[in-house]
Design a protein around this ligand. Structure first.
Ligand SMILES: NC(=O)c1ccc[n+]([C@@H]2O[C@H](COP(=O)([O-])OP(=O)(O)OC[C@H]3O[C@@H](n4cnc5c(N)ncnc54)[C@H](O)[C@@H]3O)[C@@H](O)[C@H]2O)c1
Length: 377
């Protein structure tokens, strides 16, 4: 029997996602049967001292503040990118050229041109690549996918309706962080949380080929992080609303906002098909709501499927039925699938090509907002 390979991982970024991914790299081999051993070799952040502390706390063997050293290290097999969006392309392209498998946080890039270069780089280098749209791997959402594919909501989908709402910049005194500047982020609520909605729409319903959108920047300037007395311009959307159409004729309708006071990380969607519906709410992420027209005669209504049975996607790896899982598990699932794909040298979705299609939808949304017209693409 061939020996199991060992993959050395280099993670770039020590912030919110650096922490979530570190946890996932640690947990994935403990709960999933991976086709490779994992070595958490190096973590990289902008600040050397912060990164050194992060390495110890998060379980990495070494730390650096030079991402190029990680990418150039011949001992590293996988580069995991958890930096602000403006660095995704440069790091991913360099990593692909160095022959590394690449996992990149969403949105893949700041715009489609950048994403195209990334797709070209991984294609030329023939390296396994993935975008971290972790919500695809919420068991309830993966179950919704299975049910839709099995025709349980009908042959035809009519509607995809979603809202992703947060409130963390609702206070106008909140500073001008990188997420509020297009040169770092590309777009605002759209790229940050709308990218997830678009990924779910594509995953569950199909390709989108027409959008009409409108957006607003409610607070147009904010205090600089380094100097609070000086204000800088916010040049990204605070909220965006989109209607559109899928290639298969279904209608798309979603809103993303970071100004919905009281909504911390509300992601809800509903899909209505010709013989049923599914609905999901991230705040109750262990449930999938399901309605079947066949049940409507007599005792109809939505039923709550508690997605904790061993037959449900990913769940058998965790706890007995009824023992709930959470946000962090979605990253463990993502990394487990990614590692197995790298070991088998096969495609895993969503890959960079998916990230590019997602980015094309976002670019069309921004064009529609500017031109105040419907964009077909
Ligand atoms: N999948 C999700 O649900 C999800 C959630 C949040 C963020 N994200 C994405 O993850 C990425 C990171 O977001 P975050 O919230 O972790 O950001 P963050 O601001 O918390 O962390 C960014 C990290 O990048 C590092 N960094 C910045 N410039 C660097 C450089 N030149 N060299 C090395 N390191 C550098 C910083 O040191 C910091 O550790 C973004 O692309 C974001 O869109 C995804």
């Amino acid at each position: 029997m061939p020996a199991r390979p060992t993959f050395s991982v280099g993670l770039i970024g020590t912030g919110f996602m650096g922490k979530a991914h570190s946890n996932a790299w640690r947990q994935a081999p403990r709960f999933f049967d991976l086709a490779a051993e994992i070595r958490m070799t190096a973590i990289c952040g902008r600040d050397r001292a912060v990164t050194s502390r992060a390495a110890k706390k998060l379980g990495w063997e070494s730390s650096t503040s030079d991402w190029r050293a990680v990418v150039a290290d011949p001992g590293i097999d996988i580069v995991d990118i958890c930096t602000p969006n403006n660095l995704h392309a440069e790091i991913a392209i360099a990593a692909a050229r160095a022959g590394k498998a690449v996992l990149c946080e969403k949105p893949l890039a700041r715009d489609a041109r950048e994403a195209e270069r990334m797709v070209e780089a991984v294609r030329r280098a023939r390296v396994v690549n993935m975008v971290c749209h972790n919500y695809r791997r919420v068991p309830a959402i993966a179950l919704a996918k299975q049910m839709i594919q099995a025709g349980e909501v009908g042959d035809q989908i009519y509607h995809f309706h979603a809202r992703y709402a947060q409130d963390w910049i609702g206070n106008e005194k909140f500073p001008l962080v990188w997420r509020l500047q297009s040169r770092f982020a590309g777009s605002g609520a759209l790229g940050d949380i709308g990218a997830h909605v678009i990924d779910l729409a594509r995953y569950l319903v199909g390709e989108i080929d027409e959008v009409s959108a409108t957006s607003e920047t409610f607070v147009k300037s904010r205090p600089l992080e380094a100097k609070k007395s000086v204000r800088g311009r916010v040049d990204v959307d605070d909220a965006t609303a989109v209607i559109g159409k899928f290639r298969n004729g279904a209608l798309l309708n979603f809103e993303v906002t970071r100004f919905a006071h009281g909504r911390k990380n509300q992601l809800v969607f509903e899909i209505n098909g010709s013989s049923g519906s599914v609905a999901f709410d991230l705040e109750e992420m262990n449930y999938l709501r399901f309605f079947r027209t066949a049940d409507a005669i007599g005792r109809g209504g939505f039923r709550d499927i508690l997605v904790t049975e061993p037959s449900h996607p990913y769940v058998a790896r965790w706890w007995p039925p009824g023992h709930l899982i959470g946000y962090e598990h979605t990253f463990v699932h993502t990394i487990a699938d990614f590692v197995n794909a790298v070991a088998a040298e096969r495609t895993v979705r969503p890959n960079f090509a998916d990230g590019l299609r997602n980015q094309r939808v976002m670019d069309a949304v921004m064009r529609s907002t500017r031109r105040r017209s419907c964009i077909k693409f």
